[in-house]
Design a protein around this ligand. Sequence first.
Ligand code: CP3
Length: 339
Amino acid sequence: LRALGGEALWPPPAWLMRQAGRYLPEYRQVRANAGDFITLCTTPELAAEVTLQPIRRFGMEGAILFSDILMVPWALGQPLRFAEGEGPLLEPLRDAEAIAALDPAKLVARVAPILETVARVREGLATEAPRTTLIGFAGGCFTVACYMLEGRGSKEFAAARGLAYADPALFGRLIRTLQDATVEYLVAQAEAGAEALMLFDSWAGMLSPSQFRRWVIEPTAAITRALHRRCPGIPLIGFPRLAGPLLADYAARAGVDATAMDTSMDPRWAAQAVPPTMALQGNLDPQALVAGGAALEAEARSILAAMRGRPYVFNLGHGIVPQTPPEHVTALMRILRSA
Ligand code: CP3
């Protein structure tokens, strides 16, 4: 929290995107007992347990709520399932009627179990790891719209990017629905005990510069304005993945308190493109964590050298992959602590 608030702490605090997940045997066991992924996300005792697993094993300074960005479309009434080996599958929104049928009135009631998870994790941290910050999250509006329109993962997300040009009024209605839902969802997470919040805009970098400003920066700025008013003192981390040089515009105009860097970002460039008072987060290549050894150490140290002297939170540049040996995470934490 101090680093997100603008203090240059050294060694820096750390957490890892997807730190709870299939690379951990204790996660795979809970996941197998839960059956499917949505049941895991909506069963507070199980979701709280897997949130805490990596904190117990590795002692990160940040715990990220165990859930998924697609729980917002699910809570708006769009059918969702996670098929083994296929990733998320949604019934794609085909027309204006489908977009108008999304039902924000259901949202807070449907996410109640997720809010209970937040409260349980906060309690668990208070006894087990009082120095660890609980981070809540949601997807960025553009990224969530990508999945809602395409119905699944994609290399192009042509349905969303195409609609944004072909019918910006309709695409804008979807973005606006998500913007309002995201504010309500994040305010509820903060009220349930989240101490910081993150917006994952994983596909932001697919947009042209003008579309990036319209569909990433503007909705994010509206969300951060509402959150700063309704939950003052809760820092917001923005992750516009693959934004490249647009990261500077995002940091200046999206209203976030901290900016997360993806794997492709040069931290030395970001250090001069983002105001020195704003925290940066990132951006070790998840594949360096799979490799381990000297490659891991060299990559981690070069990021640390670029971030020294500024507010900074160590993280990966994207989520941990399932092939990651847990011992490499232990080794990484040791490297960070000796920084
Ligand atoms: O980081 C954490 O530990 C917290 C939990 C979290 C998950 N997903 C759990 C998850 C968070 C913050 C997310 C965010 C998320 N979900 C994003 C944004 C970040 C990114 O990775 O770009 C996106 C795009 C999604 C959508 C999503 N969820 C996809 C594409 C997939 C399939 C890919 C995969 O790894 O299977 C998921 C499923 C998912 N979300 C899993 C986990 C642990 C794997 C599910 C399983 O256990 O089978």
